[in-house]
Structure formats: C-alpha cells, structure tokens
Design a binder for this molecule. Sequence first.
Ligand code: TRP
Length: 339
Amino acid sequence: MTHPSAPVDPAFALRVLTGDRPTGQLHIGHLLGTLENRVRLQEDGLDVFVLIADYQTITDRDSPASLAADVEELVADYLAVGIDPGRSTIFAHSLLPELNQLMLPFLSLVTLPELLRNPTVKDEAATAGMETLNGLMLTYPVHQAADILFCRGTLVPVGADQLPHIEQTRVIARRFNRRYAPDRPVFPEPEPLLSGAPMLLGTDGHKMSKSRGNSIAIAASADQTARLLRSARTDSDPHITYDPVNRPEVSNLVLLAALCEGVAPLLVAEQIGGGGAVALKRRVTEAVNERLRPIRERRVELAGDRAYLRSVVREGSNRARAIAQQTLADVAHAMHCGY
Ligand code: TRP
C-alpha cells in the first residue's frame, strides 16, 4: 500500500476527485469526516471534482424510482455545506458516457484474480447478501478507476475501505502508461487522502450508516435530531467519562459534542461529569443542532429549487465531459486508435 503522503508525480497538476453513491441522506459523520475536508481543499484553491456515483448504486440493487430526487437531495447537501459549483465540479456517472468508454481499455489491464481478491468488493457483496457477483460488482473498481483517471485526479479523499480501489487505480494507470505511453505518461498514479477525523458511531453504538437509522442526517430537523439523540444508547454508569475503549457509546456522544463544539472530548466529559446521560444528551443535542443550524437553513432554501439543483449537476457534468473527451483523445492517440 502506498503511503498517503507520498509525493504525487509533478508532471500532473493537483486535482482532487471524490464521490458518493446517491443512496440516502448524508449525515453528520459525512460532514465531519469528509465534506468539511472537501470544502477546505476547495478553499485552498484546489480543483475539486465531486462525483455522484449513480451507476455504482446498481452494483447491488435496482435503480429506484426515487433516484432523481435522491440526486437532488445529495446536491442540496453538497451546496449547503459549502461546496461551490462555481469553483468545484459536481457531476454524475450517468451524464458522462466517456467514463464507460475509458473503462473498456482499463478492463484489458486487470486480471480476474485481482478483481476477485478485492476485499471491499467481497465485503459489499457479502453485506448485500449476493450469492454470486454480477459483472458490475466484480468490475466496479475498474469503473472507479475511470472515475478518477478521466480527469487525471491526483488526490482522492476517501475512507479506508476505498484504499483497495485506489491501489487498483494506480495499477491501471501504471500499466496503461507502461504499455502505451512509456515516454510521456497519460495518467498520474493518484494518492488516497485519508481523513484525520476520528470515526463516529451511530446512536445505537454500531457503525454510522445511511441505512441503519442510527445517524443524524444533515437534512434532519432540530426536533428529529433531539429525538434520535434522546434514544441513543448509553450505559449504566451515571458519571460521564471519555473512555472510548470501555465505554464506546457514551464516549461517542462525548466525541460528537466535542467535534461539533471544536473542543477536546476530555473537557466535555469533565464538564458533564455527574450530570449523567441526561445532561450528556442535552449537551450533544445542543452542539449538533447549533453546528448544523446554518447548513440546514441554507439547505431548506436550496431544496426548494429543484430546477437549480439539477442544473448544477448538468453544468458540472458538461464541464467534466469536456475534460473526459480530451483524455479519451489522448488515450486513443496512445493506443494507436487516433484515426
Ligand atoms: N465507492 C465510493 C463509495 O462507495 C464512491 C465513489 C465512486 C468514489 N467513485 C469514486 C470515491 C471515485 C472516490 C473516487 O463511497
């Protein structure tokens, strides 16, 4: 595995590419774990691409009738947290046919054993209860390589579960360059950028997940947030401490409050102390709702203008297409298909 801080090939400009599947509302874990990070990279002046990975959702499910609305909700989340479509490019798989064209030569550069041993593919297939892999599930890391390489992305902010796909992408870039462009590489070997944010659990003490009903959605109301946090799991020790190993549920609430307030978890725990779970839940509810308030206010306004949300994806996808077409022209040239 390459080290995330290894230098990116200087022949390629820094370009950030990351994405999400439009499978449900983004939550506070996304905000603190990755969305804030994207906004920071954008504010630092980097060229940021955010992919709505709609074709990736059909690896393990049918595309639902609600997909268009799901995509609009995702765009509303992006814009509300501060991703600026004037500076960053928000686009979707299904509006970028060039990605599929890029995937084809990439498929010739990977082997079946490589695909079969990808641990994230195995996990996802198991979680989805698939008895056998369909072709897209098997090859989506190659599709994901096209997501990253079409714009010559060099930095890919992701969670640790995505590292096998970045490694596969690097292998594809390396093999393509070696085979077709040994003197002047067509693709960079992108680096993963892992978030430094600590892992948050859901309110039931399990992994926070869009589908488990244990996460605080960015789009939720303050009341829904209060209700969810009131029902959060704690433990029987009435004195609040920060001890993630022995008291995961309580410590997770302390951490959530601390992250939202921008203070140390130990300080939050000390201040609550004998106030117990009731005071802890009051504190974390206040902290989360306060942190999300301006985002939610912006989001309500944005969500009212569906036509605008769609235009953001269409315009971003047009911008991405122009880049993808240039890359495809370079690929065709390198592969002796430039006629
Ligand atoms: N697989 C990613 C996820 O499930 C989403 C994704 C698709 C992605 N294409 C990408 C992430 C390219 C980074 C780069 O979260």
